[in-house]
Every structure is written in C-alpha cells, then in structure tokens.
Design a protein around this ligand. Structure first.
Ligand code: GFB
Length: 314
C-alpha cells in the first residue's frame, strides 16, 4: 500500500472504520475514500458497482457491517444475517470486478464454535455448533470469509480475512440495550455517577470471560496485515488476556469513579462462556498487541466523557 494509493474504507462511521481512517490520515495516506449511507447503500449491488467504477480504489478495508451486542444479535436476526450477507457480497464482488489490488475483510471471534478449545485456534472454524445468540451474525461472517477464500482460489483475488476479538474504543455505539457489553457498561456506570443513582444493572451471571482489544491497537494489526499478509487462511487478532464480566464491571466502576451497587439481571443471557483467541499465528508474523487493558479503558472513558452528549447510541 503506497501513500498515493486510493484506499476505500467501507463503514467509516463505525468504530473500526473511523479508527482505520484516523490511522491512514496519521500515516500520510492522501487518497482515503469514504461514503455515507445516504451517498451509497452497500446493500444495493448496482450502486456499489457504480461506486467502484467511478472511485477506482486500489485497496479496500471492509469494516461495514450491522453489529451489536448480545441483545441486538438475538433481537434482529434478519438484519444481522441479511444485511451483512448483502453488504459483504457486494463490496467483495465489486472490488474483484473493478480491479482492486487487495481487500481486507473483518470477521469476528463469534464465528468459532461455542465450545471451541481455548485459546481458540483458527482451524477450529466449523468443527462444532455456534453460540445460538449470535449464530445469524456468525453465519454471515463465515460466508464472508469463505467468499474471500473462494475468490482467491478461483479468480486469484487478493482478499484476506481477519478475526478480531471483542473490540472497544472511541466512536463505539453506546446504546443501553443494543451495544456491546463494554460501551453499555460505560454508559450505565457514567450515567449512574452523574445522576447519583444508587445502583446499576448488569446482565447475566457475570461469570463469562471475554477478551477486549482497543480498536487503535487492532488497526495497527490491520495495517501490518495489509502490508505483510497475502494468505488464504483466516488470522486472529487478540490480546491473549481474559477478564470476567464481573471483574469488568468492577474495573469500570473504578475507572469511572462510581461506588454504587451492581444488580445482576440473570434473566438476560450469558452468551458464550469463554472466547479467548489463539494469537500464535499473528505473533509468528511479528505483530503483538501493545495496549494494556486499563490504559485502553481510561483512554476510551476520557473520549466518552468529552463526547457523552454526541456519542452514537443506536
Ligand atoms: O459484548 P456482548 O454483548 O456480546 O457481551 P458477546 C455479552 C456478555 O456481557 C454477556 C454480559 O455475558 C452478557 O450477559 N453483559 C453484562 C452485558 N451486562 C451487559 C450489558 O449491559 N450489555 C451487554 N451487551 N452485555 C458478541 C456478539 O458477543 O461478540 C457480536 O454479540 C460480536 O456479534 C462480538 O461477535 C465479538 O461478547 O457475547
């Protein structure tokens, strides 16, 4: 990827796409292409092809997707499978048809089986059943990575697929119901603090383990892969450290400075018990995550306090 190359970031309004754009700008890339949803409907194949024909990107980061936490995944199954299948098929197929040199597709750790071996190696894909709450999203993402592999095999199209662990950071979605656990808790704890509420409600039992990667750290890994990785095999990006949801709530209270109680709503699902990614393949290539979790959380909370009024909540 050269500084003059035309680089299309699909999904630049989302947390990942925004972080990719910040990084590309900081690194001096001069031709970053983006389109809002109003300008380009990625579920419309003809529009996507027309965009490619005119914009002629050299590289594509495919970070556009319908995403959300456990509740949103469970509540909007049609959007999570349908929209994602359409978006990724149009963006990948259009990229191939219009001479894109390389495309990077972002998947998710939920593509792996619910009871995958831990830490989860890339080759555990499709060996056991999926976690039911996010199976719709997972099936779409599995189709996306298979599309990349098939286009590489049959057409020689340079598409790579990256599976990040749970992400967090600036520009996340801070919706109380639909967000992922970390931004949802940040919102709840921050609100409880400023409104002097005596308690907050967290979901499930608190026992599931999750791994959290700061989006800027992940984007550093994506830049590395865009420059150095041209293989068919999917590749994990993680941090190699887990935290229970219960400990996450406590750490969040500490970072925000809130001393109220936590009520656990066990009518809400726990989801997959554990999903720590094996990161040996990425390490062997020479890349490791570098941001500590507390540091990343403090950085994100500083951003959130500044942007509380305008932060996305959808
Ligand atoms: O990030 P999250 O919603 O999804 O986290 P997953 C869910 C875990 O956090 C469950 C607990 O154990 C919840 O019971 N939790 C506690 C909460 N309080 C809250 C809360 O206020 N909000 C939320 N959302 N959870 C995601 C998938 O799975 O993993 C995505 O939904 C994606 O599709 C992502 O694949 C990587 O971590 O379970």
């Amino acid at each position: 990827m050269d500084k003059q190359d035309r680089i299309y970031v699909a999904g630049h309004r989302g947390m990942v796409g925004a972080a990719i754009c910040r990084r590309l700008k900081a690194d001096g890339y001069q031709n970053i292409l983006t389109c809002t949803r109003q300008e380009l409907d990625l579920t419309n194949q003809a529009d996507v092809n027309a965009f490619y024909a005119e914009a002629r990107p050299d590289h594509v980061f495919l970070a556009a997707a319908r995403v959300g936490g456990i509740h949103a995944n469970n509540t909007y199954p049609a959007e999570f499978i349908g929209n994602n299948l359409m978006i990724q098929t149009n963006v990948i197929d259009g990229a191939y048809r219009h001479g894109v040199k390389k495309l990077l597709f972002l998947g998710s750790s939920c593509i792996y089986p619910k009871h995958a071996p831990q830490p989860i190696p890339e080759d555990s894909l499709l060996t056991l059943p999926l976690e039911p709450t996010n199976q719709w999203y997972a099936v779409a993402k599995i189709a996306g990575l298979k599309l990349c592999q098939a286009y590489r095999r049959q057409y020689g199209f340079n598409a790579i697929s990256v599976m990040p662990t749970n992400l967090y950071g600036p520009e996340d979605n801070f919706h109380p119901e639909n967000a992922h656990v970390l931004p949802a808790l940040m919102l709840k704890v921050h609100k409880a603090k400023i409104e002097h509420q005596p308690n907050i409600t967290a979901w499930g039992t608190g026992s599931p383990l999750r791994e959290f990667l700061h989006v800027d750290d992940m984007v550093d890994g994506l830049m590395f892969l865009m420059q150095n990785y041209d293989e068919e095999e999917i590749i994990n990006i993680g941090v190699g450290q887990e935290i229970s949801i219960r400990d996450l709530v406590d750490l969040m209270r500490e970072v925000v400075g809130y001393e109220g109680e936590v009520i656990w709503d066990t009518s809400k699902p726990d989801g997959t018990p554990r999903k720590k990614l094996a990161t040996d393949r990425m390490s062997k290539l020479g890349w490791n995550s570098s941001m500590g979790f507390r540091e990343g959380l403090e950085h994100t909370y500083a951003w959130y306090k500044e942007n509380f009024e305008h932060a996305r909540a959808s």
